[in-house]
Design a binder for this molecule. Structure first.
Ligand code: AMP
Length: 145
């Protein structure tokens, strides 16, 4: 008999986006760990969330090792801080070889730092501009984006 290994996911920062993703992935059977330095943030997680809530600084490498970053298949850097997220995504990808790494960045200029790495970047700012263009039927120039 073959058993499908449960995939482990680590999410740094427990804002609304993280809480939604964490809830959905845990429902799908992923083994999800959410790390936030503010334990009140875990209140955003849905009731059905069945993963782990770890209060602490996600940039603490020892803590990341303890929660299993070495065996994780996915890492999401979703704190509100671009520098923290850039650092975390590189730690996950380059030091621990996590194969699927996602990072939230507010400043598109930070993209250059992560060029050449296997890291997927999510830009709420760019997504909002795109949505504005779609809804308004206006096209904003690249210069102002
Ligand atoms: P939001 O801005 O609502 O998406 O939430 C971002 C979350 O990231 C907040 O709950 C912060 O407490 C959390 N956060 C910020 N920096 C860190 C960090 N270094 N380690 C863990 N959590 C963090």
């Amino acid at each position: 008999m073959f058993f499908k290994k449960t995939e482990s996911v680590i999410i740094a920062g427990c804002g609304r986006l993280s809480a939604k993703i964490a809830g959905e992935l845990s429902s799908k059977g992923y083994n999800v760990t959410v790390v936030d330095k503010d334990e009140n943030a875990f209140r955003k997680l849905p009731e059905h969330f069945s993963g782990y809530e770890i209060a602490g600084d996600a940039t603490d490498i020892d803590a990341l090792v303890q929660i299993g970053i070495k065996g994780a298949s996915m890492f999401l850097a979703l704190t509100e801080n671009d520098n923290t997220n850039s650092l975390l995504s590189q730690i996950a990808s380059r030091i621990f070889g996590v194969s699927k790494v996602f990072v939230r960045l507010n400043d598109p200029d930070k993209e250059r730092i992560l060029e050449g790495f296997n890291i997927e970047i999510i830009y709420p700012f760019k997504l909002s501009i795109g949505e504005f263009e779609r809804l308004s039927h206006l096209s904003l120039s690249e210069v102002s984006k």
